[in-house]
Design a protein around this ligand. Structure first.
Ligand SMILES: [Zn+2]
Ligand SMILES: [Zn+2]
Length: 341
């Protein structure tokens, strides 16, 4: 076994490259080493590589993958070499107060914001790397069920779980809810339309992208080219996955009394809030990093039952050798490689 491996790093705007680094090994008894076999870009990665975020290189990039288990520590009991697993973007212990409370993105055992593929909370590598160190393996990793194509769930470790968290709890409280979805980034909005339609909501989808409009329509959403205006009526739930702060302001004034707004958009500036309108309607607002690990069993079950088709959001399929050239050539590329187990 060689002691080095290739790691994909974001260097500077427009520049990513593979670099040689130390191959991770089992250190703690709860560690698992995995090898990504299907990776995609989070919508945020696409903006990072284009230099449109506050994140500066160099750092290992990538936090959305399915992997094969290569090696397990002595106390890992739920996983064996060869298992196929979804790797959550966040690093979480599974046993602290926050993890037990269902908010592993705020794990108290690991450094704040600990995650793969970003220059925050420590360096855990990225999910395009040849090999990845997963602490708390039994707690972190979730097996892909029999009968589910691993390539189709490559984005469950981040963007598809974002979609679930954004709408599921609200639709559960209000079955058949009228849901407003505003698109703008590569894939999040279509994943939201997919999940919300599968949960029986009345989904109204707005975007400028003909590709995303077509996919959202195929999931059962009513689609509109452009941005929502008051003539489109009022909504129980609004989810903004856009890139334009103005769409959030508009959405906040289009919710029914006691309506709920989720913001999973890609703005890095302050946004003015219509607080008086929100007060008069009793609007609640939430934004934040998704608690992926909690949602994985539910979305994998939804996929196993054939209720969602997030694979339709992928814009191209490539090998990992093609990453450097292909990563920004289309909006939501999928990279795959053969297993070694
Ligand atoms: Zn992400
Ligand atoms: Zn924890």
């Amino acid at each position: 076994m060689t002691s080095t491996m290739q790691q994909l790093r974001y260097i500077a705007p427009g520049k990513i490259e593979w670099q040689e680094t130390k191959r991770p090994t089992v250190e703690a008894s709860s560690d698992v080493i995995v090898r990504p076999i299907a990776s995609s870009t989070c919508d945020l990665d696409q903006l990072i590589i284009r230099g449109r975020t506050p994140f500066k290189g160099p750092f290992a990039i990538g936090h959305e993958c399915v992997a094969e288990v290569i090696e397990t520590g002595d106390t890992v009991s739920d996983l064996v070499r060869g298992d196929t697993v979804v790797v959550p973007w966040h690093i979480a212990c599974g046993t602290c107060i926050n993890c037990k409370a269902g908010v592993p993105a705020g794990c108290l055992t690991t450094p704040r914001n600990a995650m793969y593929g970003m220059p925050v909370g420590g360096d855990y590598g990225g999910l395009f790397d040849d090999y990845v160190h997963v602490p708390f393996g039994d707690q972190m990793l979730v097996k892909v069920p029999e009968g589910v194509n691993p390539h189709h769930v490559a984005s469950f470790g981040d963007n598809v779980s974002v979609a679930w968290e954004a709408v599921e709890q609200h639709i559960r409280r209000k079955p058949g809810a009228r849901v407003l979805v505003v698109g703008g980034s590569a894939s999040l909005s279509v994943f939201i339309a997919d999940v919300a339609c599968a949960l029986g909501a009345d989904v109204h989808y707005f975007d400028f992208s003909a590709r995303r409009l077509e996919i959202a329509k195929s999931f059962g959403a009513t689609v509109y080219k452009g941005m929502p205006t008051p003539e489109h009526g009022e909504f129980d739930i609004g989810v903004d996955a856009g890139v334009n702060p103005e769409s959030l302001r508009q959405m906040l004034t289009m919710l029914k009394p006691e309506g709920h707004c989720e913001y999973v958009g890609m703005s890095f500036e302050d946004v003015p809030f219509p607080v008086f309108e929100m007060y008069m309607r009793g609007v609640t607002f939430h934004t934040g990093r998704v608690n992926t690990r909690v949602h994985l069993p539910f979305i994998l079950d939804l996929k196993k039952r054939g209720c969602i088709h997030p694979e339709h959001a992928y814009t191209a399929t490539h090998s990992y050798e093609e990453v450097v050239d292909a990563i920004t050539a289309s909006a939501k590329p999928l990279f795959i490689r053969n297993r070694i187990t």
